[in-house]
Design a protein around this ligand. Structure first.
Ligand code: EZ4
Ligand code: CO
Length: 403
């Protein structure tokens, strides 16, 4: 069997998605997601100019060899652009392999480990009262796990809080919009938020919170400690993780479980965090961490240290990533939790899929492959629109902070 054609499709049905479609001489095709929010065309160009010429004529069944050909063969390894491009190829090839076998992808990985995939939803509000209301709405809808974020008094815009009535979409402007930040205000406010949320929602719902890399290690330790009475499922991205040792300090001071890794691209980004047992959940995704082939390696390393998976699942990962992730989650023995942010109806119609959400649980489908495709004609009606993620500045002096 040979790869005959491959093309990159960039579309914007409400937000930008980069999709790779690989065709074979057997008449089967596969698709993969290569979306890197705010830097989409870098991955599209990397695929188009440097990866696709190397794929034509290769046997699509040699997934492992092609993965290493693209990783080792480039000489320049790792990084979000390279690893998202490799991920798209890998996801499309697993799609093809499962279609050849006539099996849903999870069967090729080792079969079903669970009946469904527990998902967490996003409850956000401009203030504590609004967030509490949203948490209760999610509980009513059947969610067993809910992430709570709220506006902070004295700060104008806060991460995760949408303009009222609209789905939250961080890449909101043709040039980066600016947010202001004050860690002291946030550290005072967040325990109050969780006191109110836990009080309203009761004991049977898992609560999560995303710090979005905004604290120093000692501030993160303070926050983790102050949240202990509310028994969080996890505290996410407490501090930037370029320096993995930073997590030792947080870990020594709090028993609040820690999740990290939505911006990680490879097993090397999480090696020390996992081996030292400084984290509890690893948030790497199919799309940003080298595809099914590499994510499986990360999950197996994590399993040795009782670290579970908790894949990022924001809407900037396309419905293709969600499909592949759900097959992965259905199989992976050390599954923890899957993030779920609903795509709009339009986005979902551009990507016909067989996965579904029902009362707090996600289910992959049973059709051969990963069960997601792209409607190219519909996609063509929504061309790329430049959009950036926001930046963050400290309120008191305007210096640039982590967003
Ligand atoms: O800000 O996906 O946990 N979820 C997140 C996301 C990220 C966006 C960045 O593209 O932190 O909402
Ligand atoms: Co996050």
């Amino acid at each position: 069997m040979k790869i005959t054609q491959a093309r990159v499709i960039v579309c914007c049905p409400g937000r930008n998605f980069v999709t790779l479609k690989i065709e074979t001489d057997a008449g089967l095709h596969g698709v993969g997601d290569a979306t890197l929010n705010g830097r989409e065309l870098a991955v599209a160009g990397y695929l188009q100019n440097h990866v696709l010429p190397c794929l034509i004529g290769r046997d699509p069944q040699q997934i492992e060899d092609i993965w290493h050909y693209l990783y080792k063969g480039a000489y320049w390894r790792r990084g979000p652009v390279t690893m998202s491009a490799i991920a798209a190829v890998d996801t499309a090839l697993w799609d093809i392999k499962a279609k050849i076998a006539g099996q849903p992808l999870y069967q090729l990985l080792g079969g079903r480990s669970r009946t469904g995939v527990m998902a967490y939803g996003h409850a956000t509000g401009r203030d504590i009262a609004e967030t509490v209301e949203e948490v209760l709405r999610h509980k009513e809808a059947g969610y067993r796990a809910i992430r709570a974020q709220s506006g902070v008094p004295g700060l104008e815009k806060v991460y995760g809080v949408s303009t009222q009535g609209r789905l939250y979409e961080p890449a909101d402007a043709a040039l980066p919009s600016e947010h202001d930040w004050d860690s002291s205000k946030y550290l005072r406010h967040t325990p109050r938020l969780f006191e109110a949320v836990r009080g309203a929602v009761g004991e049977d719902v898992h609560l999560l919170h995303d710090v979005h890399h905004r604290l120093t290690p000692v501030q993160a330790a303070q926050l983790g400690r102050s949240l202990e009475p509310y028994r969080l499922f996890w505290m996410e991205d407490p501090t930037p993780a370029e320096n993995q040792e930073a997590f030792a300090l947080i870990r020594q001071h709090t028993t609040t479980p820690i999740a990290v890794g939505e911006v990680f691209n490879s097993i090397w980004d999480c090696k020390t965090l996992i081996e030292k047992q400084w984290i509890d959940y690893i948030r790497t995704t199919v799309t940003h961490a080298g595809g099914i082939t590499h994510l499986r390696r990360i999950a197996d390393l994590a399993a040795l240290y009782q670290v579970k998976t908790g894949s990022h699942g924001a809407t900037d990962l396309s419905p293709i990533c969600m499909g592949a992730a759900l097959h992965f989650d259905t199989w992976v023995p050390n599954f923890g939790l899957q993030e779920y942010m609903p795509h709009s109806e339009l986005m979902l119609s551009v990507f016909p899929h067989d996965w579904r959400f029902e009362r707090g649980m996600l289910y992959c489908g049973e059709s051969p492959g990963h069960g997601v495709d792209i409607d190219e004609q519909l996609a063509a009606r929504y061309p790329y629109q430049r959009a950036y993620l926001p930046i963050n500045r400290l309120q008191h002096d305007g210096s640039l902070h982590d967003w």
